[in-house]
Design a protein around this ligand. Structure first.
Ligand code: ADP
Length: 378
């Protein structure tokens, strides 16, 4: 347990001088939203919108100065360009009651800063429902964790939240202070589902903005930190709700799940176009239900055809991230609350998910894992 305090961090930041103004970042009032927990530090450096990425060396210097402190285990500094008024506006917290609220504090905000202490948020999306998007999201999350990452899973599938069932979660998330929610825990993951917060029997009659408010809160008002990756199981499809979510959530990258059938691939193309539109990097396409493996004799057959996602990925200039077989064990385990990657970690199905996680981890490690883009100039 580290004893690092916000005061220690501020003292270190006082040694970081902005060469353009010859004063330190603390005196200049640039340090915002600091969080220090168990040696994990995150904060934002507020810069003028026109300064943009020119301040990147300052951000790096700030991270370096804090990381040098005894007890500092990780440091995440991000540049923000939002107005001071917006930054100091109290954020609404709590969920159900506030879902009714009309205000959208981040709507139209030029910045898409990620939740404090979360290094990267990635989306698992699909052009249509039923292709195994949630199954892939759950098993990818468990597999990333097996690669040594701290992983969270946010079920944002407002149309059919299935993560509680797939992880075997029961009950509801709690809050210690009545403001921020504690994520639930399963299989070593921190997880929260929009499904835990709604009555399953109630029809989904929320209007779009309310859903967006709820999802924004599930990103920002949950005690996720510290996390290496937060995997978001997106609602299927490429309509307005998905587009708004892709814009609202600070995504470091996205993964599109498709089945081999042509029709699903057409939908996958739409998914790709959606992320391009929102400037979210697409890590690539995964082909799910790729090869059918007979559970009794092990014979492989290609019921829906095979290799379509690979071809589509190549045609569209995006990466092919791998294929997941169609196997009864995947369905039984994911519907039974014990993901195959946790239940049979050395089996062939888990291996397919581990290979996928490996590629995703490489993409995350190779790129800038901070929420991208950190500053959107408008
Ligand atoms: P989506 O999130 O795209 O709607 P789900 O992940 O809920 O899809 O999957 C739909 C159904 O298909 C579930 O019953 C799930 O267990 C099953 N399923 C998904 N992927 C596979 C697979 N590779 N092999 C066998 N069953 C699968």
């Amino acid at each position: 347990m580290s004893n690092l305090t916000p005061e220690d961090v501020l003292a270190a930041l006082k040694t970081v001088v902005d060469p353009d103004r010859n004063k330190d970042v603390v005196v200049l009032g640039m340090v915002q939203g600091m969080a220090v927990k168990d040696g994990h530090v995150s904060f934002a450096l507020e810069v003028a919108p026109e300064e943009g990425r020119a301040k990147e060396p300052l951000r790096l210097a700030a991270e370096k100065a804090v990381l040098a402190l005894k007890g500092a285990r990780s440091v995440t500094a991000v540049l923000t360009a939002h107005s001071r008024a917006a930054a100091s506006a109290p954020r609404r917290a709590g969920l159900n009651a506030q879902m009714q609220a009309e205000a959208q504090p981040r709507a139209g905000s030029p910045e898409r800063q990620g939740p404090a202490g979360v290094k990267a948020v990635i989306a698992v999306a699909s052009g249509k429902g039923g292709v195994g998007k949630s199954t892939v999201a759950v098993n990818l999350a468990v597999a990333l964790q097996r690669l040594g990452k701290k992983v969270g899973l946010l079920d944002a599938d407002i149309y059919g939240p299935s993560i509680p069932r797939m992880l075997g979660l029961t009950g509801k998330p709690t809050s210690k202070d009545g403001k921020r929610l504690q994520p639930m825990e399963a299989w070593g993951l921190k997880a929260i589902s929009i499904g835990s917060l709604i009555d399953e029997d109630q029809p989904m009659i929320w209007r779009g903005p309310m859903v967006m408010t709820a999802l924004t809160q599930l990103i920002y008002d949950v005690e996720w930190a510290p996390l290496d990756v937060l995997v978001v199981d997106m609602p299927p499809g490429t309509g307005d709700a998905q587009l708004t979510l892709a814009q609202r959530v600070p995504l470091a990258g996205s993964i599109i799940v498709s089945t081999p059938q042509d029709i699903a691939l057409i939908d996958a193309r739409k998914g790709l176009a959606m992320f391009k539109k929102t400037h979210v990097p697409v890590f690539g396409i995964v082909e799910n239900m790729s090869t059918f493996v007979c559970p009794s004799c092990g014979h492989e057959s290609h019921i829906f055809g095979h290799g379509g996602a690979k071809e589509t990925a190549a045609k569209l200039g995006t990466d092919f991230l791998g294929e997941i077989p169609l196997h009864i064990a995947i369905r039984e385990t994911s519907d039974g609350g014990t993901p195959i990657t946790a239940r049979d970690p050395h089996g062939p199905q888990a291996k397919a998910f581990l290979a996928l996680a490996d590629r995703v981890a490489q993409k995350l490690d190779a790129g800038d894992t901070r929420p991208a883009p950190r500053i959107v100039m408008e």
